[in-house]
Design a protein around this ligand. Structure first.
Ligand code: HEC
Ligand code: HEC
Ligand code: HEC
Length: 131
């Protein structure tokens, strides 16, 4: 009843049509963000919180820091992870280690289209590191 050859040929043509958009997109895909650590960060080895937490929730830590500093006048932050105290400061702490803002923060933010990154939301008031 069915012609096996035709069915297989049909399947192959169907597959080709489905795959075509993927092949046409090869070479057009956007490069994934690849944030680079500064020499200072490499030496420090660890961030303030575990890497996966920093990756997904650094903005939460920054808001916490701002509230501690502005509302409570608190200037030191104790990190359980590093058993170490850090000065609560975007400029003197985060950007001291991550002084290569363009290659680090902006590398992700430009990709993710985040406004807090290279756009001036934070850097209107806070100083960007001099690179
Ligand atoms: C309208 C100006 C303004 C903008 C915009 C702003 N800040 Fe601030 N921020 C301040 C001021 C003023 C302080 C208090 C500084 C102090 O007490 O020394 C502060 C304090 C902080 C602190 C704690 C202390 C310090 O010096 O780092 C953090 C962290 C912080 N801001 C993060 C951010 C982040 C992240 C953004 C962007 C999402 C941002 N701020 C945007 C004005 C601003
Ligand atoms: C003492 C140096 C130092 C300080 C201070 C520091 N970091 Fe980091 N940060 C690092 C290092 C080292 C890594 C990479 C850790 C790893 O690879 O496991 C890192 C990783 C990160 C990551 C994840 C990067 C990725 O590839 O996923 C983010 C985001 C980040 N830091 C933001 C911040 C912010 C925001 C602050 C301030 C609240 C800060 N860092 C303070 C050294 C530092
Ligand atoms: C590994 C990639 C990565 C790195 C590195 C990184 N960020 Fe982000 N950042 C993001 C992403 C993704 C978001 C958006 C998160 C969301 O919308 O939930 C974000 C959001 C933020 C926000 C909140 C922005 C807003 O408009 O609400 C701030 C502030 C911020 N990042 C600061 C920094 C600073 C300062 C650095 C460098 C020290 C940094 N980030 C490094 C990926 C990164």
């Amino acid at each position: 009843m069915y012609d096996k050859g035709k069915i297989i040929a049909g399947l192959i043509i169907g597959m080709l049509i489905i795959m075509l958009p993927f092949w046409l997109n090869i070479g057009k895909t956007r490069k994934l963000p690849d944030p680079k650590l500064s020499e200072k960060a490499k030496l420090a080895e660890k961030c303030i919180l575990p890497t996966d937490e920093m990756r997904s929730a650094h903005q939460v830590l920054l808001v916490e820091w701002r509230d501690l500093a502005v509302r409570d006048g608190e200037r030191l932050y104790y990190s359980e992870y590093n058993q170490k105290k850090y000065e609560i400061s975007l400029e003197n702490t985060c950007m001291d280690c991550h002084s290569n803002k363009k290659e680090f923060c902006d590398e992700c933010h430009n990709f993710a289209g985040v406004t807090g990154g290279s756009s001036p939301t934070c850097w209107n008031c806070h100083n960007e590191p001099k690179e």
